[in-house]
Design a protein around this ligand. Structure first.
Ligand SMILES: [Zn+2]
Length: 275
């Protein structure tokens, strides 16, 4: 068993190194913030179960792994698992879903996998990484995006007065965060001030609710007072100040809900006691 586990960690280390240049979305910082928040809301039993799967691997780093492998041929299909496309007029209940999977089906899949006692250590580690990663992704509003602009990826924007252009998706993946003076872990601690009542309310929701909330944020996301430069939309300080609290709230909600999912999986009694 020890040998088996060691090979899992070696495999993980190789994958993390291989993929480190390709990390995207939510950005790496967003994912780390979500995991940092989740860690404070999991029970000791859950924490022990996770340690049994991941050993001493840094969970923030582990949660980045699904972005780092999406371009590898063997994981090609996984690129569809990070988002769901839905146009403004469409509803989830009769949505034409991608047959190759989407973030909703992937979250269901990996949650169910983690309940399977016959999973190999490597499969458990992969499922845990995907669960941690995708709970964050579904809370990034543009991972529940419109088809025509590919969740904001096709909308070129200019960030303040910088020469370099970027796109709207990246703005919401992490550019809106104020990371200058703090680590993602510190950022998580700073955001992590909410009442138990609020935590309980957020945790009594479904994956579909999370997707619907993300979709409902489009009014704010696309609210550009049409200030353009070089025919690109300009991300102004006003836009940043108005929307930074929204990204931060989504990260907090994702962390709190990730913890609830992990507690339900690994320490169901903890949840029952709280109800
Ligand atoms: Zn992702």
């Amino acid at each position: 068993m020890i040998l088996k586990l060691r090979s899992v960690y070696q495999w993980l280390a190789v994958c993390l190194v291989l993929g480190s240049s390709q990390v995207q979305a939510f950005g790496a910082d967003g994912h780390r913030i979500v995991v940092a928040i989740a860690k404070t809301h999991i029970s000791p039993v859950t924490a022990a179960a996770i340690k049994g799967i991941a050993g001493d691997t840094d969970l923030g780093q582990l949660s980045l792994w699904p972005d780092s492998i999406r371009h590898l041929p063997v994981w090609e299909q996984s690129k569809y698992w990070h988002y769901v496309s839905i146009d403004d007029h469409e509803q989830f209940h009769n949505l034409q879903r991608n047959a190759d999977g989407d973030v909703l089906s992937a979250l269901d899949h990996f949650y169910t996998q983690l309940q399977n006692p016959d999973l190999s250590p490597r499969q458990q580690l992969e499922a845990l990484a995907f669960l941690m990663h995708l709970v964050a992704d579904i809370h990034q509003p543009l991972h529940v995006g419109r088809r025509d602009d590919r969740g904001g990826n096709s909308i070129g924007v200019k960030w303040l007065d910088q020469k370099k252009t970027t796109n709207l998706h990246r703005v919401w993946d992490g550019l809106l965060l104020d990371l200058d003076s703090k680590s993602p872990e510190e950022y998580g601690r700073q955001l992590n001030t909410t009442s138990m009542q609020q935590v309980a309310q957020w945790q009594s929701s479904t994956v579909l609710d999370w997707a619907k909330e993300s979709k409902a944020l489009r009014t704010q996301i696309y609210n550009f007072r049409p200030v353009t430069q070089s025919r690109r939309t300009l991300i102004t300080q006003t836009y940043i100040e108005r929307n930074r609290p929204i990204v931060e709230l989504r990260l907090l909600m994702a962390g709190v809900r990730l913890a609830a999912s992990l507690n339900r999986l690994f320490d169901p009694k903890h949840q029952q006691q709280k109800q």
